[in-house]
Design a protein around this ligand. Sequence first.
Ligand code: MSP
Length: 648
Amino acid sequence: MSKENTFYITTPIYYPSDKLHIGHTYCTVATDSFARYKRLRGYDVMFLTGTDEHGQKIEEKAKEAGVTPQQFVDKIVEGEGGILDLWKLMNISNDRFIRTTDDYHVKSIQRIFRRMYDAGDIYKGKYSGMYCTPCESFWTESQLVDGKCPDCGRPVKYAEEEAYFFKLSKYAQPVKELLLTGEFLQPMSRVNEMIKNFIDPGLEDLCVSRTSFSWGIPVDFDPGHVVYVWVDALSNYITALGFDNDRYDDFDHYWPAVHIVGKEIVRFHSIIWPAMLMSMGLPLPKKVYGHGWLLIDGGKMSKSKGNVADPYLLAERYGVDALRFFLMRTFPFGSDGNFSNELLISCINADLANDLGNLVSRTGAMVKKYFGGTLPAEQEGDDAMDGELIAMASALHEKYAAEMDAFQPQNAIGEVFKVLSRANKYIDENAPWLLIKDETKKARLARVLYNLVETIRICAGLLVPFMPETAAEITRRMGADAIVWDDLCRFGVLPADVTVAQGDALFPRIDMDKELAALEEISAAQKAAAGAVNTEPVRPNVKIDDFAKCDLRVCKILACEKVPNSEKLLKFTLDDGSGKPRQILSGMQPFYPDPAVLVDKKVVAILNLPTRKMAGLESNGMLLSAEQGDLVRLCLVPDEIPAGAIIS
Ligand code: MSP
């Protein structure tokens, strides 16, 4: 096949530092949908995904787990329930899977490093800067946000070491020009971000080797240095095609690529990667598309938010196609979206069970009931009644293709669902259940059903990138042999006397309340199993002003004794910083059998509570304590904080 007809698409290579979550799945499913779409269009597609296995973070995690880094990544990538299993489960159609620990990649990287060195673009220097270990990124002071890593918000630390640098600054102008073409990086908002945040403030040369850890690819001409992550990681897109290695020989055929990446790594793909390619004199990628993030409760995905967003669990409960469809249907590809189980269930109920599933089963049932499963060839059209549906179904492929070509799967699916809704309305308008009652209207009824079958065939075929199995099943039921692009562009492909098959409900309706309750239980059980201490939901928000009304201060315990005739109360005499002792009673006796140990300790008290009388004594405030089950302790404050200090 000629090169004009090739399409090379990639996902980022994932860090095998932990199990992947629904956010990673989103990125891979989207890329898979684009790859499947291009195959449908007849392209010779190469779809690559893989894992980014080197670096300090992995080295540290392996150490914690007491295994070698290679053993650690092998388990996450190839082990049961690992990354390869997840992609298999999600029906990802990648043609290749690269691991940066693969021998051929390692050799290529050493050659690539030398190429840039020989081009005069790599020099030795000293790196000092603020370093974020989890992100493996150095940052300048001005890039930090509140002194923390601008990507992940975690603390950074000062670091200094001998390192090789890549002359990124040399490429600032050509990279800016590339970005300004508007074609290379999309969506356009990301272009503005890159120019404003990185290029215009001045590109700094990039640290490309490290000496402080060893889990990486050694620089062959300077042992002790390992190639620092981004040169290793970004080059995967060409080494996987055989660039600078003998494993494959597809570079000339498939390169350049379309890179689908999350927004936080757009900078690496749209600035550093083209500069590296320029240095090597190689063609630049066709496109970088920076998609948004899936968030939970408006924030980053994290384990503490529970595992109801675990792709394995969701695929098991609702089916792989439903999950894939939901991801592509619900979130605009270029922007962030808030994931929730509720959204997922409503999407399945509204779009899949109702609009699509019902249409398929109603149509199948009517063809069976009225004609025994095969339509008669004698049919009667009615332009006024049929025109709009046929026009919409016939024009669908063009609108759909425009959206898919612009990497807008959500809109492409939206176009398909406009036609499906129209088809549902068409049933009501034509009322087949009335037509059947009139013997003279049989031919008309047959045509109504034929139009529905054809519309469903086209719509299902266009959903194949998102729901491969379901689309194939619907196509089969509608009596078509295969999903072929040209056939999706034409209405009237099926013979008039088509035989339609029936089957189980494609997407049974889910009872939202019951399902959410079941998920809640699963989540609580998972948290408990993972050792979570408290699965109580967080109480409703309070305004910061309301919180500020509480006068919380550090108090030093001057004296502490049991209250006579009480089994619970202790009487605290406190220095609250005012110069006048304060008395507070607290039910701490069961937890501090020897109250004397508390003397001189500093605790937190809320002072502005109304005076209360307990066991005949006054209590002016309350001491804060922490409790878990039977364990209760006063909240203690470090000794260097003076009594009277305000807690805010
Ligand atoms: N290893 C680098 C990429 C190197 S590519 C040469 C990396 N790995 S990652 O595992 O942290 O992230 C991989 C991809 O997953 C990124 O595109 C990232 O945006 C995406 N996602 C991670 N969490 C995500 C969401 N919550 N939502 C959507 N995508 C997310 O970065």
